[in-house]
Design a protein around this ligand. Structure first.
Ligand code: ADP
Ligand code: MG
Length: 728
């Protein structure tokens, strides 16, 4: 009997929801473990407090002298909360977060010691960077990497460690992390958007990008998950037959949350509250054992940090509840995968959401300006946006009839489509007073109503406008949001910069009034960016054809999609906007390709191992039982045994055929890997893995899954889909 699987299942029978103590009001514990403004005022000198505030608001430098005051204040606060260690907390290009803890403790003589945390240790550190991916940057420059404090994301306490959010760069200044380019992109969009927003409101001095992510995930009982090498090592199942009941009945979505899961969610939310992550929404998702969590949106840099932190916290809290969290985009074949919608907008220091409804016609024109410029930016850079969400794991989800396809398009709803159609007819040149009044009344004037009543939704669009924000839905659930946010904010920054230039030119050269010039430029943008707008079913084959006709890209695989990262257009764009230089871009391209090949390589190895070490021996064991049975029948019936063992013989043969197929395919796959591993060029290797190795997965899996259906359930060693998905 397959003892491990049944042991695990038995364990799940005795699970009880873990008791979680909840505070009466969540607001009481909110951000209690965050070094935020109020705490700073309490623990810092006036000068130090002001300096941090300036650094956050204007990017002002923090002097060495002041940094000593800040670190001392931080340390005192942390110690008052039982903290013993500190760490620079950063996001290297591995996709996870990194930390190295150091104690505050320091000796001052052979027998005496103090708790110490100097300004230097706060501001800069040098982790052993050689083990993080750098795409050759460090080799080329023989430079070491260091982490540097990012005061715009507040320090926080996790457990007994003070965590200081930092960037990670090489000594020659190249970004080695996700945060550095993001901060540069946010600066670029601030610069460009502020200038455009000033057309409408002179008081605007700063524009922030806002991000509200929605995290989807699966929760699997940890005992069951531990029986599957594929879940442990690849985060997804590489084989497993679909259960008799999947998600056909739609009985899980928004259904009542199972009690064990609810107590996990409460525990998680309490931890999030203390860390200042403003989580608000929780619910069941479409697939069995799939759930979602979403916070209130925040400034994009902080929101990105909070999502990275959340994923880490989720895994840790899940352990207390005997769950394993699966962040993978497609953990189960035939069942919906997980995404991470990135809701994005721009907001001014005066409190205006630039993609939200305003009360005056001027505010509505402001909305249209940012709305149309965003569409134009997406139109001009669709391939780069696609590249921003490319990963080996997201490839399994995109276009799988449950998630947006690999084609980027934008949905805006029928009402806004009508508005853009009207604006397209605006006179070329100066507008007459009548036309302006007409526009004011019947087009621009309708905007507030339209936005307030925005019920037009299309879940199949990868980039949909949803009333007061755009929702980038194609982002994968494992992704670090920094990547898509860097791209989106950079392309919008570039677009707004160009827009400002064009409008100013019309004002100057053609002596147009400001709003005439704006209408004229927007009209052209609407015309030029039409092909990116799509209101229909994004999952259908018809759209693929139509998109092809329109000349939109459809880069299905990651290696294909990543090409856009290193195109001349992208390199020029990032250079112009000050986001990344050529060396940084090429390094990232290489890292992503390497990561792709490694993921496929690892999956190939795991599948080969499972097929050979679990599936084939189990099938043989079952086949032997059948052979014994046939021999017994022969013993009893002599020649007549054939009639009584027809079915057994048939199964015996089928098992042999599946075993032969699995074995030969695994051999072929190993040979194909050997060929791929010899390829030096990372791009060629990634394509080889994509085209020559990945196709074996489905073939091998097919035969394994057939055997799963045939072999005695008692013998089968791998926990089955129905057990993984329906144990609550
Ligand atoms: P729905 O799309 O279901 O109407 P909500 O309006 O509640 O949802 O928002 C969904 C997500 O969008 C939430 O995570 C929320 O934080 C985020 N969101 C709302 N407004 C903004 C905004 N201005 N900028 C960024 N994210 C936003
Ligand atoms: Mg959503």
């Amino acid at each position: 009997m397959s003892t491990l699987r049944f042991e695990a299942i038995k364990q799940t029978f005795n699970r009880k929801p873990v008791k979680v103590e909840e505070p009466a009001r969540r607001s009481e514990i909110f951000a209690t473990n965050v070094f935020h403004e109020d705490i700073m005022r309490q623990f810092l000198t006036k000068e130090a407090y002001q300096n941090v505030k300036d650094a956050i608001e204007t990017g002002a430098k923090i002097s060495r002298n002041v940094s000593d005051h800040i670190s001392t204040g931080m340390k005192e606060w942390a110690i008052s909360k039982g903290v013993t260690h500190y760490t620079h907390w950063f996001q290297p290009l591995t996709g996870t977060t990194a930390e190295k803890h150091d104690a505050f403790f320091d000796t001052v003589g052979p027998t005496s010691a103090i708790e110490k945390f100097g300004g230097g240790q706060l501001v800069q550190q040098e982790p052993d960077a050689s083990s993080f991916p750098s795409g050759g940057i460090r080799n080329t420059f023989e430079a070491r990497g260091y982490t540097a404090w990012d005061p715009t994301s507040p320090a926080f306490i996790w457990g007994t460690t003070l965590c200081i959010p930092t960037i990670f760069v090489s000594y020659t200044g190249e970004a080695l992390d996700y945060k550095t380019p993001l901060l540069r992109a946010l600066q670029a969009v601030d610069n460009a958007a502020t200038k455009v927003a000033k057309y409408f409101d002179k008081n605007v001095t700063k524009v922030q990008a806002t991000l509200g992510w929605e995290q989807e995930y699966f929760l699997i009982d940890s005992a069951l998950a531990n029986t599957r090498p594929d879940l442990q090592l690849a985060g997804r199942t590489l084989l497993g037959h679909s259960p008799a009941k999947g998600q056909q009945l739609d009985d899980h979505y928004f259904g009542s949350i199972p009690t064990r899961v609810l107590s996990f969610m409460k525990d998680l939310e309490i931890e999030c509250m203390k860390l200042g992550i403003p989580v608000k929404t929780r619910h069941n998702e479409v697939a069995p054992n799939q759930f979602e969590l979403a916070p209130i949106f925040e400034e994009a840099n902080l929101a990105v940090d909070h999502n990275s932190l959340l994923m880490d916290v989720m895994s840790k809290v899940a352990e207390r509840h005997d769950f394993k969290v699966l962040f993978h985009e497609k953990p189960f074949a035939g069942i919906n995968g997980s995404g991470k919608h990135n809701n994005w907008s721009l907001s001014t220091n005066t409190g205006t959401n630039l993609l939200g409804p305003g009360s005056t016609p001027m505010k509505s024109l402001q909305f249209l300006t940012f709305f149309i410029n965003t569409i134009k930016a997406v139109h001009d850079n669709e391939e780069l946006l696609r590249a921003a969400i490319a990963s080996a794991s997201n490839d399994y989800r995109l276009g799988a009839n449950e998630a947006p396809p690999a084609i980027i398009s934008t949905f805006i709803g029928s009402q806004l489509t009508k508005v853009l159609d009207e604006l397209e007819k605006v006179t070329d040149g100066k507008l007459s007073p009548q036309e302006k009044t007409e526009l004011k009344l019947n087009v621009v004037g309708k905007i507030p109503e339209i936005l307030l009543d925005n019920t037009d939704r299309n879940r199949t669009s990868p980039f949909a406008f949803t009333g007061n924000k755009f929702e980038f839905r194609a982002v994968g659930s494992t992704a670090n949001c920094a990547n898509p946010m860097t791209v989106l904010n950079t392309i919008v920054a570039k677009q707004l910069k160009d827009f400002k230039k064009e409008v100013d030119e019309l004002i100057k050269a053609k002596k147009m009034k400001k709003d005439d010039a704006i209408f004229n430029v927007l009209r052209e943008y609407i015309k030029k960016s039409k092909k990116i707008r799509f209101e229909g079913d994004g999952y259908g084959e018809a759209w693929e054809k139509e998109a092809g006709k329109r000349g939109l890209s459809n880069n299905r695989s990651t290696p294909e999609a990543l090409k856009a990262l290193v195109s001349k257009k992208t390199i020029d764009l990032y250079k112009e906007m000050g986001v990344m230089n050529k060396v940084e871009i090429e390094a990232r391209h290489e890292i992503e390709l390497e990561e792709y090949s490694m993921r496929i390589q690892i999956e190939g190895r795991i599948l080969g191992d499972i097929a050979r070490n679990h599936v084939i021996p189990t099938a043989i064991r079952y086949q032997n039982l059948l052979i014994e049975n046939v021999e017994g029948l022969k013993h009893i019936y002599n020649e007549g045994f054939k009639e009584h063992s027809r079915e057994q013989l048939d199964i015996i043969e089928k098992i042999s055929a599946h075993i032969a197929n699995i074995n030969s395919k695994v051999n072929e796959m190993i040979e194909a890997r050997k060929v791929a591993n010899k390829i030096e060029d990372p791009e060629k290797r990634a394509f080889e893995y994509c085209n020559e190795i990945k196709p074996f997965f489905d073939e091998i899996r097919y035969h394994c899954d057939k055997l799963e259906l045939m072999v005695d359930d008692e013998l089968w060693p791998l926990t089955k889909y129905r057990e993984l998905l329906f144990t609550k």
